[in-house]
Design a protein around this ligand. Sequence first.
Ligand code: ADP
Length: 256
Amino acid sequence: MAGTNALVRAINVSKAFHGNEVLRGIDLDVTTGEVVCLLGPSGSGKTTFLRRINQLETIDGGRIFVDGELLGLTQRAGRLHRLSDKQIAAQRAEIGMVFQRFNLFPHMTALRNVMEAPVQVKGVKKADAESTARELLERVGLGDRCDHYPAQLSGGQQQRVAIARALAMKPKLMLFDEPTSALDPELVGEVLDVMRELADEGMTMIVVTHEVEFAREVADTVVFMDAGVVVETGACAEVIDNPQHQRTRTFLRRIL
Ligand code: ADP
């Protein structure tokens, strides 16, 4: 994108489910290396927006660019056409996503879970994928759990495997959808620590979270969404510590 260093640019994104408008004109720019935390009440459209960036949802209106590339669409003869499934898969391979539920393959060890996509999707040689997977599991503190199956790991460990699995694709961007909300409280910290390290290393991240303290510490930008719109955007010192809108104040009072 000429004249801008936005890695993600969402313009006027809208989405309805059966006439229920869930996203109503979302604009968002995320620069390379930026950490954006999305806060907002349940049902405000945060997950739908993340899933849209990762093309797990179709779009009704607006455009999303990642690294200058329009997602899901291409222009031919002055008209927009949907990309092929293969082209969409190629765009998705550049974006890592970590879900609330860890979604690991239950019949594969931690190591195999992390190796699978690079081998199957990118055609990386098994030996190379394995050494990268070992490094990544080491990096998330699970170097000694490579041969464990998901059922043998705690929720926090499974979520760290899920982060390693997303990183194995060498994504340009990481999306986190409430990655700690399914965890027992004592396991939240170990996952947030891994995310904090990633942020420190310069990964571009969009994180849907209710962990306000984490947002305060790690986010460059906080976006408060409600009822499908961005209500306010700014640094933590603005949005969390000095919110301008009543809706933001009400939400924060409820969760802090
Ligand atoms: P949040 O992440 O902020 O909690 P969501 O994006 O999950 O919000 O949901 C926004 C709204 O969209 C909710 O009212 C939800 O019920 C609705 N919704 C989400 N996914 C679907 C779907 N696949 N079909 C119908 N409604 C959906």
